[in-house]
Design a protein around this ligand. Sequence first.
Ligand code: CDP
Ligand code: MG
Length: 737
Amino acid sequence: ALKGISNSPHPHRRHSSHGTPHHKRPIKRDHAWMDGSDDDLEVKRSKKHTGTPKKSGHGADHPRKKPRLSAPAGSSSSSTSKDASIQEQRKELPIYTGKDAIVDIIRENDVTVLIGETGSGKTTQVPQYLLESGLAGSGMIAVTQPRKVAATSLAARVATEQDTSVGGLVGYSVRFDEACSPETRIKYVTDGMLVRELLGDPLLSRYSVIIVDEAHERTLRTDLLIANLKTIQQVRNAPADAKGKASAAKLSPLKVVIMSATLEAEKFSKFYNNAKIVYVKGRQHPVTIYHTSQSQPDYVDAALRTFFQIHTDRPQGDVLIFLPGQEDIESLEKSIQLYANQLPKDVPGVLICPMYAALPPSQQSKIFSPTPSGMRKCILATNIAETSITIPGIKYVIDTGKCKEKRYVARQAGTGFDTLLTRDITQSSAVQRAGRAGREGSGYCFRLYTEESFRKMPVTAEPEIRRCTLTSSMLQLKCLGQNFEELEFMDKPDEETVVAALKTLFLLGALDNHRGLTPLGRQMAAFPLEPPFARALVASIELGCTAEVLSIISVLSASSHLFVDTTEARDAAADARRKFRHLSGDHLTVLNVVRAYEEVAASESKAGRRDWCRKMFLNERCLAEAMNIRAQLRDVCTRMKIDWRASAGDNEGPVLKALLQGLVLNTAFLRPDGSYKQVMGPSVVKIHPSSSLADKKMPAIFYDELVYTTHVYARGVSTVPKSFIAEIPVFRLRTAA
Ligand code: CDP
Ligand code: MG
């Protein structure tokens, strides 16, 4: 029996007859596959397929009937010169035939919209073409990505193609991490980093080409960039006599290339005064799509079963599973590993590769390296693998139909915030996900949802600017002397969201009551932090506790949680956590952990550190990332002549006061019935069970965030004397009113 998994079929036995999908399997909780051959996508793809001339090596299907243990060695490993083989690979990409035409069009146009199927070579090749053709002149080429992990992995790939290491000719720059040098000419950056660069260099004068990649995702930062690039071009690309300031500085014209994998090109083109649109012919093989006959509420379990059905019944070819987020990925990874360890000897082994935003770069490479012979690769990815990165060798896609989406929750009076919600994907995402199976040969996509659910999905997602908090971006725009209300966007943000952001910035002291930027606001914008944390950091300077506040907000800015949530060893975890507990709550508990970790790190080896973290039920990745973040923030402090060593010692009052300045909107008072009521909003909140203050009754609390489940929970909670809250100027106004 397989321990630890309930409802688990013995996958390789039970489904051994599943060579073809069934329509009506009577077994409950099992999912039968419906042949989706009449699906729109299938028809469209097939048509495209016949229209694409077959090229040697690419048009050919994978040898379906090949015994699965004799996986091909991979063309690169058989080559004598690695470099030569990589150059060959570059020439085989669909975009290669259009190389000269693309360079010419970009040379002749200020703005070019480039559309091409995922994997055609847009992101990796276009910057190299521009560099090699000399079009970029002496300026840099920036390629923006919505996600950090895409920026770093693409930079690594392109550096290899250029036969250099990352940080030389090809570099990257993402929040809290950078690999660049004076030699860098092609730079992969997150859209957020480039927006940040605007603050110090409003005309982006270091760049001669900006490639806005994955534009269809319409992230808030991408939209901000698209808007700003238009105004920058008006200055930099204006006729010589009208140039004024820019011509005095002798700035070269700026080329803008908008790249996207989906077909909604017209909107971008229209925004840039009918910019030229170029379509790159992709190479897409037919993908057979199956839907489940019933919906699958437990999509992780459904993915597990489907994976083993494929693994035991289907010919070789790697599997890509789309999941909403890191937690689901980690949980499915464990389950698959558990099963895989018990497979009979004649079934190929499983190589599991997770891929999500917070994955450290060191662990990304195995996704791209050829699958070892006798193995099947199983990639567990978030929607990052939808279009941002192309993974070779995928023949099967399992699509849970879920993703995580940032969304503004307006329930707090006027001052909302973003939460990550798991939700259904869009049709456009579903089509992209299925397409990942047909890159190198015909493939299969198993959708863990019904055909009806597919039809009910929205066609495309709403741009982030219409559904996210604008606070941080608004502060950045204010530093550029721009107003959200006046900037020309592709889609205008909601009036309500704009007002909420203005209000938040006002309450944090970043704006005055004429909506003007205050010196405090400018100081806050200098830190790559969310405005509340930036405010706390600035407050710590005056209160003499920058060292402590830096440690705490570094942990809170990391991409994973500090404490490992475990259901198996809950008591042991609680015992371990108690060692760090601080009476005031979670923030100083975090500080205690950081201090303990620093001591361990100073004396222990890497392995010793890992051991200690495991014993203490701490997430080492979070701590390592936090240390890195803190180092970067210390650098910013040094540049701003702020003493980051200033410490309040054992006096916790100043630390809590500083944090409270930033989290001023996240405060609540105890009510006689034991619940907490927000000071600045209408919600009644409970303390999250993970908090060290869970079930405690404190007169006043502040918290990092609200989590919506069955209740509204406050997470990351500390208690402060009510007088601390009353002392804050904005509250004095409020309580007086
Ligand atoms: O941007 P687009 O989707 O058009 O394609 P790309 O990202 O430029 O990818 C072109 C090729 O490079 C694909 O075949 C990828 O598999 C390959 N690639 C890779 O091998 N390793 C990476 N880290 C990134 C891309
Ligand atoms: Mg791309």
